[in-house]
Design a protein around this ligand. Structure first.
Ligand SMILES: [Zn+2]
Ligand SMILES: [Zn+2]
Length: 261
């Protein structure tokens, strides 16, 4: 066998091996074909993804399901002291995105990484291109949790967004200095208290910095807000938050009485 044939054989073998590990079937529904370049998510599942379109809250990005024109701020934001300039998400946290994010994060389903990152990049990259940014940084995990989970899903997404936009990726900009209990069952006030002092900026160099903070999901914004507060304290001039998905504790209801404009 000559070298070229050997290389062809090697490639075929690698493809087959990859096909065995990641069969070309949708990893969400398991019903339809979906190849690696489609992020292992089929067309039917793709069609269920809900991109966030206006109208949404100018500050936190919470989508509003009603007729409204112009910018507004939701009631959540009016009550909170926000340390980020604004938060945006690519899609709503439901359907295939919710499944993929959950499995990516908790079951280390790494084949969803490119699918999720692509959603983020599709929406974030054009917006970020309108301004100059110094860093893209992930919301960090506490070292104990990082050891448990073995990777920080936010950092994986941040790295991909940085690569797509050419903005400098800096995973060590923030540290999570306080382990926090899981937030899902806590009220908004409890979340904020839980997160007070949870983050610290890792070093100098943040004076007047413009930072894009990346996480997988934003729900109340309490985590991103605490992380943004630490960046501001260290001198950051501008902090915006980008997440793949936006969760709503009470879907859109939180905003329904909000826009008094
Ligand atoms: Zn599917
Ligand atoms: Zn808001």
């Amino acid at each position: 066998m000559n070298l070229a044939a050997l290389a062809r054989f090697g490639r075929r073998f690698a493809d087959t091996a990859l096909g065995l590990i990641y069969p070309p079937v949708c990893q969400i529904c398991g019903n339809e074909r979906a190849a690696a370049d489609a992020g292992f998510v089929c067309r039917t599942c793709h069609a269920q993804i809900r991109f966030i379109e206006p109208p949404f809250c100018n500050r936190c990005g919470l989508p509003f399901a009603g007729e409204i024109s112009g910018a507004f701020e939701c009631s959540n934001c009016r009550e909170l002291e926000l340390h980020f300039d604004h938060a945006r998400a690519a899609v709503t946290l439901d359907g295939p995105v919710q499944t993929a994010l959950h499995r990516f994060k908790y079951n280390r389903a790494e084949w969803f990484e490119s699918f999720l990152a692509r959603l983020l990049i599709e929406r974030a990259a054009p917006e970020l291109a309108n301004e100059n940014w110094d860093f893209i940084a992930p919301v960090p995990l506490h070292p104990v949790k990082l050891r448990e989970r073995e990777f920080n899903q936010a950092d994986r997404l941040a790295r991909r967004l940085a690569k797509a936009t050419g903005i400098r990726h800096e995973s060590g900009l923030l540290r999570r200095v306080k382990p926090t209990e899981t937030q899902t069952r806590l009220s908004r006030a409890e979340r904020a208290a839980n997160l007070r002092g949870a983050f610290a900026a890792a070093g100098d160099g943040l004076e007047k910095a413009r930072v894009v903070l990346v996480d997988d999901v934003l729900t109340t914004g309490a985590t991103a807000n605490a992380a943004a507060a630490a960046l501001r304290e260290a001198g950051a001039a501008r902090v915006v938050v980008w997440t793949v998905a936006r969760g709503t504790l009470r879907p859109v209801l939180a905003c329904e009485s909000a826009p008094n404009i």
